[in-house]
Design a protein around this ligand. Structure first.
Ligand code: CP3
Length: 354
């Protein structure tokens, strides 16, 4: 079943939301808006509830996850919530020794570089992430007609953290493995595809209305390498969840040359960073897909008039698209003034009201 057909059974409460309509490329009452990293450090109410609670622990406490996920919906009136978690949570859940260091990001105690290391990547079962099922149950009740987006890290981006042992500018160990041992690389990405697919299935079965696969760092690759060494694993993830009929969004940074392939991997909605205007992105992606994006998150530090001018340019470039979900071109920067985000939501809603 494609994401454009109504799933069997009664329509969900969220089915007619502007966000899901835009993902399905149907007419919308207004352009829907949400922000990557909309929950988190830009919100004082987030900093308050996170006080003294380590990041990974906060992801495993359903009542905290529920509260943090709802905060930006209450404050900004965005059209969708995104489940509060992190891309490394499923890896932690299967026993990989890792932590999220404040100001740094995910750090893996023993990087994965040899064939023996693959044994540390066992299958993920719903029991490993019972807190996810519990939090999503509570969230969908609270959210009512507002859709919840589930998410996961894509195999390449997860592999980069695992192989490098932490964040990396050049991904040198990752690429050394990809070029130097293509067999082991393919097996690693295939393992990660299975874990990622299982994690997304848990979220969808618990009530997520859409999923986003973050391949944040895949823009480091040339198209041929993406096609040969990454696309099969990402496609496996998308295939695994195709039958649920929920929209599948795919996003990465610096992916101008990869947009067509990322759509081909199986996305219904292709996320675009701020470097490619949406009309040009639509030409690269081709027909039959919606686009998501793409205001530069740094624009939010400019005065209100400038923010609206730049947001207006995004909307103008999106005017001819089959479906458009307004977003930033990457996550909300931690020192963003939250009021600027609230005003931006209002601006997009007002300017596109039909
Ligand atoms: C690459 C990546 C990661 N994590 C994620 C990605 C893909 C998205 C992207 O490209 O930005 C995904 C992610 N991580 C987090 C979310 C929250 C969802 C939301 O509410 O919008 C999402 C969607 C919470 C988080 N994940 C993290 C934080 C900050 C930790 C904190 O608040 O203490 C949050 C709120 C930590 C994290 N985790 C990661 C990084 C780079 C960092 C930031 C390190 C830092 O600057 O402190 C890895």
């Amino acid at each position: 079943m494609s994401a454009n057909t109504r799933p069997p059974g009664p329509p969900t409460q969220t089915y007619d939301s502007a966000f899901l309509k835009a993902c399905r490329r149907e007419p919308v009452p207004h352009t829907p808006v949400w922000f990557m990293r909309q929950a988190g450090r830009s919100l004082p109410e987030y900093l308050k509830v996170r006080e003294g609670v380590p990041m990974l622990e906060s992801c495993m406490r359903p009542e905290l996850v529920t509260e943090i996920t709802l905060q930006p919906v209450r404050r900004h009136k965005v059209d969708a919530a995104i489940y509060f978690s992190d891309i490394v949570v499923p890896l932690k859940a299967i026993g990989v020794d890792l932590d999220i260091k404040p100001g740094v990001g995910p750090v893996v105690a023993e990087p994965i570089r040899r064939r023996e290391d693959l044994a540390r990547l066992r299958d993920l079962t719903p029991d490993d992430v019972a807190y996810v099922t519990e939090a999503i149950g509570a969230l969908t009740g609270e959210l009512g007609a507002t859709p919840l987006i589930g998410f996961a890290g894509a195999p390449f981006t997860l592999a980069s953290y695992l192989v490098e042992g932490g964040p990396s500018r050049n991904h040198e160990n990752t690429k050394a493995l990809m070029y130097g041992d293509p067999g082991l690389w393919a097996d690693l990405l295939d393992r990660l595809a299975d874990i990622t697919a299982a994690f997304l299935k848990v979220q969808i079965e618990a009530g997520a209305s859409a999923v986003q696969l973050f391949d944040s760092w895949v823009g480091a690759l040339a198209p041929d390498d993406y096609r040969r060494s990454v696309m099969p694993a990402s496609a496996k993830v998308f295939d695994a969840v195709a039958g649920y009929g929920v929209p599948r969004i795919h996003f990465g940074v610096g992916t101008g040359e990869l947009l067509g392939l990322m759509g081909e991997a199986g996305a219904d909605v292709v996320g675009v960073d701020w470097r490619v205007p949406l009309d040009e992105a639509a030409r690269r992606v081709g027909p039959g897909k919606a686009l998501q994006g793409n205001l530069d998150p740094a624009v939010l530090f400019a005065p209100r008039e400038a923010v609206e001018e730049q947001a207006g340019r995004v909307l103008d470039a999106a005017a001819g698209l089959e479906g458009h979900v307004f977003n930033l071109g990457h996550g909300v920067l931690p020192t963003t003034n939250p009021d600027a985000l609230t005003r931006l939501v209002e601006y997009v809603h007002t300017r596109t009201a039909r």
